[in-house]
Structure formats: structure tokens, C-alpha cells
Design a protein around this ligand. Sequence first.
Ligand code: GDP
Ligand code: IMO
Ligand code: MG
Length: 443
Amino acid sequence: MANVIIVGMQWGDEGKGKIVDLLCPAFDGVVRYQGGHNAGHTVKFRDRHFSLRLIPSGILHPNLLCVMGNGMVVAPDAFLQELDQLAAGGVAFDGRLFLSNRAHVLLPCHAALDVAREEARGANRIGTTSRGIGPAYEAKASRYGLRTGDLFSPQLEELLAVQVERAQAELATLGAGPLPPVSDYVELCRAWAARLLPVLADTEQLLNSAIDAGKSLLFEGAQGTLLDLDHGTYPYVTSSNSTAGGACTGTGVAPTRIDGAIGVLKAYTTRVGGGPFPGELTDARGEFLRERGNEFGTVTGRPRRCGWLDTVVARYARRLNGIDTVALTKLDVLDAFDEIPICTAYRLAGTVVHELPPDRWSLETVEPVLRTLKGWKTSTVGILDPADLPQAARDYLDFIEQELAVPISILSTGPRREETLIQPHPALVRLTSDRLGKVIEQR
Ligand code: GDP
Ligand code: IMO
Ligand code: MG
């Protein structure tokens, strides 16, 4: 049995939802460990289409355990809405979906703060999803946050008063409108508490007991490596640890119980929101990538910024997350190009560097060093046998494998589960506990 972390290797939206859903037949449970409803994970199979924001992408597989860990910040209204949508879509979750009673509650005042702060930053705005993620994590780190378990506390009103009063004071300095009275928040929280009660659990115990019983867990990362609070392109990052290490702190499962990591890498690069993006294509080719790849945010609908694949970023992500094997997504989007450049290094003040500079000013000034490969100009959509891949596409994959020194064992050539080529590399066989046959069968 193996416990595996799935993590995005770029700036999010790599196709994690699709890959998690694909691999579910090899696992007994799926666990989200950080982030909130800033995430938007798309799952498509046959004629079904789901967009998941808080609930693990494993929910679409009947009988799979789904857990939202302590590292998340959860807006109960968004969560309840997602539950209603699943129920309307005929997805049953009773008795198999659990939310940590240590996860923090994201309140409407956090979203109000997020919006007002972004406005105040003007041109320097982070480009957040406006959901209140930063302020919710800030309350947690400042030790006045409200945890889901606190919704039942006799001190609920006092706990809420601290949050609302602090938010109100800051909003006033930013010239933003007044918040509703604390009593409104108390009422809201009481209503949420009643509906959340059946899913709240001590998920640390639940997950460790499942592992004790020989179950295999998949840890579903949200956002991506370059959006990690510590290792990303700070300050243009999210407010949690989206890299593999976050899976341990965000669930209470020890590093010694984790068996490996699968990195999800898009065949090109996108980023939504502000911040440095070496090699961003601001010309017609970027526009073409955006249209072909349908690169518009799942959460906010914003157009995503596009560029070629950047292996400086991908190598950094491989190392930081200890990636054993890669799931490469959206190869089909490149089907139409004559030539496909890859950024393999940066030029920084006249010097070629092969590592990501840690400071924002250097990152903003680097120029990409490109290596151009031939395009294949034919459709790869739905190819299931590597022998059917055009030679130029194989060369592209080989080049990436050499750059990263890890095998690509999953190749996605369309949004649907069926459009996935799976190669039984030893790393993938090990991480799927010899249940890869089941994955292929249910693809
Ligand atoms: P996530 O946040 O990492 O789960 O990714 P998103 O769901 O936000 O964005 C990925 C988008 O690409 C979704 O619309 C997917 O349906 C779509 N997608 C995933 N894999 C592929 C692929 O191989 N080809 C194409 N064309 N679309 C894909
Ligand atoms: P998934 O899980 C892409 C980006 C925002 C912004 C920065 C901070 O779908 O890959 P936040 O609201 O978190 O404070 O915003 O992070 N961001 C994402 N970009 N995919 C995501 O999630 C993201 N979640 C946050 O655009 O730049
Ligand atoms: Mg997304």
C-alpha cells in the first residue's frame, strides 16, 4: 500500500483534478491538505463535468473516503453549496466525506478584507481570487482564528467578535463599507454548525487509523509549487504551503508514512494573477495558447497568462516536492504549433543561470534562454499507445524527461479521463500499489 502526494509543478491549474480523479481506483481515500475555495479542480469523464473547489476530486468515485484536512481554510457557505451541487448531480457522500474539526473557518469578513486590500494595493495587487484566503490564514497564524470545531463553542460570540472587530477596524482605514453586526455572524455560524456537524471529525485520527489498517491515501495538492508561501514567487503567492511538505502539516500524517509524490506538469506554462512570469508570451502566440488551452480561471473566469514550458521552474518543483514521476497534461494544446520553444535557463544581468532566483526583482528582469523543438502538427487527442505518438511529440517528452531526470508516466491529451495515456513505469507501479491495472480499466 502506498500514500502519495499529487502536487502542481507550476502556478496552479496544471490539471491536478483530472489526474487525481484518474488515479482514484488505486487508492482508498483522497485528502485535501491546504488552501480553500481559491482552488478550482476540473474533472471530466464521458458526458459529466464537475468543478471542485473544496471537496477532494475523489468524491466522484463511490465508496472512496474523502477528507478535508486541518491545513485548509473552509468557507462553510461555499462548502455547503458544493455539497448541494454534488447531491443534485446524484453524487452520494454521506458517511465518507469528512472535514477536520481543526480546519479554520473562512468568514465573509475575510473576503471583504481581501477585496479591500487588493484595491488599496493598486498596481501592486497580488491578483488574489478575492475569496479571503490570505486574511483567513492570517487570523490562524495570529492565533485568533475560528476553527470548525469552535462553531459549537459556548464562546462563539466572543471568538467572532475579535475577528469582526479587527476586520472592521482595518476596513475603516481602507475606506471600505461597514460589516454586518457580530450577531449576524453568530446566527450564520449557528446555521452552518448544524449542517456541518455530520461531517466534522478528528481527521488526523481517521487518516492515521486508515493507514494503520493498510489503506492507501492520495493527498491532493491545490495551487502549485510556485504559489507556495515559502518557496513560491513571494509575495505573489497564496497563503499556504502548497508544496508536498504541506501534506504532512495539513493532515497530521507523518512524513515517514508518505511513500512518494507525483508532479502534475502542464506542457506549457500559465499563471493567473500578478507577479513575475519569466517567458510570458504577451503576443499572438500567448493568445493562441490561451484560446486553444481554454485558459480562463475556473474560479474567477480571469484569462490566464500563458508561456512556453519552463524547465527551470519544473526542475525546482521536482526537487522541492521530491517528485518520483510526472503526469504531463494538455499536450494536445501544442498540436497546432510549427515550433515549440522550451525555456531551459535564464539570462540574469548577462549571466546564464539554471536556478530560479529567490528575489522578486531578479525574477522580474530575467530573460528566458530558449531551446526550440519541432512541432508535430497533428492531433494527439486521445492517443492511448505511445507507439501512436508522432516522433516530434516523443522528442518533446524525451527532452522533458532528460531535463527533469524523472519519467513521464501519465500523458494527458484531452480534458476527459478517457484521454490519458498511462505508461507502467516502475515508479508509477510502486505508487499505485500494483493497482495500475484497475486505473487503466476504469480510465
Ligand atoms: P487544476 O486546478 O490543476 O485541477 O486544473 P484546472 O481544472 O483548474 O485547469 C485545467 C483545465 O484543463 C481544466 O479545464 C481541465 O478540464 C483541462 N484539462 C486537463 N487536462 C487536459 C488535457 O490534457 N488537455 C486539454 N485540452 N485540457 C485538459
Ligand atoms: P488550483 O488549485 C491558479 C493564485 C491567485 C493569486 C495568488 C493568491 O485550481 O490550481 P489567493 O486567492 O490564494 O490569495 O491568491 O494565487 N491562485 C491560483 N492560481 N490556480 C489556483 O488553484 C490558485 N489559487 C490561488 O490567482 O495569483
Ligand atoms: Mg484550477
